[in-house]
Design a protein around this ligand. Sequence first.
Ligand code: ZN
Length: 337
Amino acid sequence: MFGYKRAAAAVFALPDPLTDLVTATGELSKIAGIGPASARVIHEVLETGASPTVERAVDASGRRADIDRRRALRAHFLSRAEVLRVLRDPALTGPCLSNYCGDLQMHSEWSDGSPSLEEISRACQQRGYLYAAVTDHSHGLKIAGGMSMAEAAEQRRAIEFLNASTPGFRFLQGIEANIGADGQLDLSPEEASAFEVVLAAPHSRLRRTEDQTDRLVTAVHNPAVRILAHPRGRITGSRAGIVADWQTVFASAARAGVAIEIDGDPSRQDLDYTLAAGALAAGCLFALDSDAHATSQLAYAETAVAHARLAGIPTDRIVNCWPLERLLAWLADRARS
Ligand SMILES: [Zn+2]
């Protein structure tokens, strides 16, 4: 089992499609993490589009229904090879990486991330960003090391110190507030006003099958919220995330001027391009973010850009493609309906 899981993770992260890794003699090139049994399965799929070996094992397991359900949860996920292909495809009209000015969701050592603020600042500048928001968890999410307001004030001073020494790059202090079961945030309006950008995200009740439209609409109507982050809370192959009437959620967000996030963490990809197209039609703004917890994960923003490209979202609707002044003006504007 571990061998197959390792192989699946290796294929998911490959920069090249598997079809490019078959040699002229029909052999699969040696790929780290893929053993002979997995290579046999890959060959079957490349040749026929399915693997009789896997289907026999699924039938023998007696768990076909659960496995089919999990397979359906992988719909619209992009492999790394597919992300790179989409970013290069000139026929697509959405954003390019060169339009992307900064990332608005990432985590530092101040909550459940590993990097220091200095490390994040350096890594973002290396990626050519003009700005980035560090968005550690708020105090309500203890499991993710949420920051107390006293820690947040201390973090703000550290961010201001860094901003003073890095001309041309602006760090913003954000927060990933937790959406409770009733749609309320774990931050009071006064606490929320301490941050330059408030993301609201669900972290509970993500396996429920009942409708949670009201929960998300309530969060979107909170005047402190600027971005609805990983709106569904789905995880590839394991968790479907929130069930909601998404057109109602998107219409509320569009009216309130709240941006809908495309979270680029490869295991999330939330929203994916099909739902993002619905948000586009509803008139929403978008935030394309990495949700990085390590500096190497800042590249996850590319997955979000790829989904936006597939959905054909114009750069004008993507807040990360705006110049800093426009972004700050939008963040400061709380006079919304
Ligand atoms: Zn989150």
